[in-house]
Design a protein. Sequence first.
Length: 267
Amino acid sequence: MNPITVRGATIDYDDLGPTTGLPVLLIHGHPFNRTLWAPQAAALTAAGHRFVAPDLRGYGRSGVSTGKVLLADFADDLAALLDHLGIERAVVGGVSMGGQIAMEFQRRHPRRVRALVLSDTSAPAETAEGKEVRNRLADRLLAEGMDGYAHEVIDKMLAAYNVTGMPDVAARVLEMMCATDPRGAAAALRGRAERADYRDVLATVEAPVLVVVGADDVYTPVAQAESIHRLVPHSTLTVVEKAGHLPGAEQPDRFNAALLEFLAALG
């Protein structure tokens, strides 16, 4: 697809599958890009769904906004992208930061959400300590670049046993992280540090919600997914075995099976 300019940023994206299919908008996490969803793109389009995945501003092939980018900025970018594509309502899903952007999208644009998919994410606002950590990391990435950070956290992004057991997946994830513009990553970190508490939003969601988590996720453990599941009135919880923070990449067949079953139940 040709990139579009929305709200002062150039956004590159994929729009695949039949335009008559159920639109599924998937949002990558930090510090990745839309190619994280390649296994899902194949499965969703094969099932007749319309797959939409952007590179968030500051990531992948999209333009970079420096300083601070709030989750609200990302959510409004996505609403503008849906406008451009002529999509009124979509299934909106994301992993990690992408899941928080999906929750922000629900908060700001609830009528546009057909259903939510929340993978390996957390709902509470950032703690004071967490804000300091994110801002220090933003400073570090601007000073040093992405490589050192990426290699430090790869065994937390993936379950440690998958880093060695799935070298191709680990290499793909590392490549995404190292290719991210440090300015975009830093701006997102500063904005994410100021995120809202989404628990009140989730408690009032009327749409169906799929909550997914890797069984060995160390960033957002199963207990956090269970808390979201208990909070949301119409939710389903799937724990993906033999996966960490990115089950869609580590165990795509299991992740996709849960996602496709969820979508089929929407009718």
